[in-house]
Design a protein around this ligand. Structure first.
Ligand SMILES: [Zn+2]
Length: 450
């Protein structure tokens, strides 16, 4: 084997130094001072009415955005059309005191992307599904015209998660449309003429789908007892027997599956968790033992909170038995919800003193809700939230699911009339029940498999 010769590098001598060139100072030429000649005003001739047929003239040249016309703040709000967006959360990053320490106000306040997106920076959150689009509205504050707003651009800091599809300006409001990329979080910066005018944070999720069965539970009236047959030759009783208590004849609860489905769609779309509801055939309880007529309800056939607590062990055993029977008859669902009659409806007890539903276990497989007037679908969605692992805003164990300022003011297990700071939250106890729909950022994150 021959060794190749090592090339010899010949050093190049450095160039000879050159003498510095002296700089000759330039004497500026004298500038003549202008003389202003006063102009005498001339009368203005009236302008003739323009001809109705004007040929359009295309503008020429380029327009340069003027920084002073840009909006000073960009406030995001949910679109008025529910189908336009997934989740919109303007509470999690809410500032402490409105008007005092708000991050974006006054509009002249400097704006910068927080290092932690969950800092209470006043920026709203949106959620979006991978590959899907969502819209929000932007109300610009401190701008000088629509023409200027059209100069606004949007810069996602993580384009792999979120891209901006379009933004159209109508009046002083822009419609802002995003598209989800891969799962992850992103902040979109609103920029006008190189100046930051606001942020919105976006969470992009893979969908987590669940199959949920809803089943009516009913207890038919027991058959009437056969009439006693007195033995032959016996004398007729002198005093009539005490009549038995009236049978608990409970009506089969009305159920509109489409009504439940549309409510669940609206609520759980926020967390990018598509729910497929199925209606099972009703399940009739055996007349003996009388499940509903036993100690399931109190003496007034109602389900008050105190009665529930006092008899929880027995009530749980009864609902466990119902679930065992129905899930054996109709297996294959991720979760089961049972609609049970609330017989004492005349007059209906106030919402704040009755139990509208419950689950035996957080993250369990079944929940119970009662056929008790308006708010039925909201209660079903609330109990289902518990099955997904969601807690009340003041459950001690659920502190990680809510920022401190959205938790209720008591650390005790939530009761009726407890003050809940996030009154519109699905998992709170705000009233009226149908208005409780919101799920916040940390609840989106608490969905199973996420
Ligand atoms: Zn609850």
């Amino acid at each position: 084997m021959t060794v190749p010769p090592i090339p010899v590098v010949k050093p190049v001598p450095p160039p000879a130094p050159t003498a510095p060139v002296p700089i000759t100072p330039v004497t500026p030429a004298p500038v003549p001072s202008p003389t202003v000649k006063p102009v005498s005003p001339t009368p203005i001739a009236p302008v003739a009415t323009p001809s109705p047929t004007l040929s359009p003239v295309a503008p020429t040249g380029t327009l340069t955005p003027v920084a002073s016309c840009c909006p000073k703040a960009a406030h995001f709000t949910a679109s008025s059309t529910v189908s336009d967006y997934f989740g919109f959360d303007d509470k999690t990053n809410l500032v402490s005191t409105v008007g005092v320490d708000e991050y974006w106000l006054p509009p002249t306040k400097a704006k910068s992307l927080p290092s932690n997106r969950e800092t209470r920076d006043g920026a709203a959150w949106m959620s979006v599904e991978e590959g899907k689009t969502a819209k929000a509205k932007i109300n610009f504050a401190g701008h000088s015209g629509v023409g200027c707003i059209s100069n606004v651009t949007f810069k996602p800091d993580t384009p792999a998660h979120v891209s901006v599809v379009s933004s159209t300006v109508a009046g002083a409001v822009a419609v802002f449309e995003i598209k989800g990329g891969t799962e992850g979080e992103c902040s979109v910066e609103v920029v006008c003429s190189g100046k930051t005018v606001g942020y919105i944070h976006v969470a992009c999720y893979k969908p987590q789908a669940f199959r949920v069965a809803i089943c009516n539970i009913n207890q038919p009236a027991p058959p009437p007892p056969p009439p006693p047959t007195p033995p032959a030759g016996a004398a007729a009783p002198t005093t009539p027997a005490t009549p038995p208590p009236p049978a608990l004849n409970l009506p089969v609860p009305a159920m509109s599956l489409s009504g439940y489905q549309s409510f669940f769609d609206e609520v759980y779309k926020q967390a990018v968790a598509p729910i497929t509801l199925s209606s099972l055939a009703g399940y009739n309880l055996p007349a003996t033992p009388s499940v509903l007529g036993g100690n399931f309800f109190d003496a007034g056939n109602s389900m008050g909170y105190n009665h529930f607590v006092a008899n929880y062990g027995s009530i749980r055993a009864q609902t466990d038995a119902i679930h065992a029977a129905v899930s054996a008859r109709d297996p294959g669902y991720d979760y089961y919800l049972y609609l049970m009659p609330m017989p004492n409806l005349t007059p209906p007890p106030p919402e704040t003193s009755r139990l509208n539903g419950y689950v035996n276990t957080i993250s369990g497989t079944y929940g119970i809700f009662f056929n008790a007037g308006p708010g039925l679908t909201s209660t079903a969605a609330h109990e289902f939230g518990h099955l997904l692992g969601l807690r009340h805003p003041n459950d001690t164990a659920g502190a990680s699911q809510y920022p401190t300022h959205l938790q209720a003011t008591t650390a005790a297990e939530i009761r009726a009339n407890t003050s809940v700071n996030d009154t519109l939250n699905l998992m709170g106890y705000g009233h009226p029940r149908p208005a409780r729909k919101a799920l916040r950022l940390k609840q989106w994150k608490s969905i199973p498999n996420r």
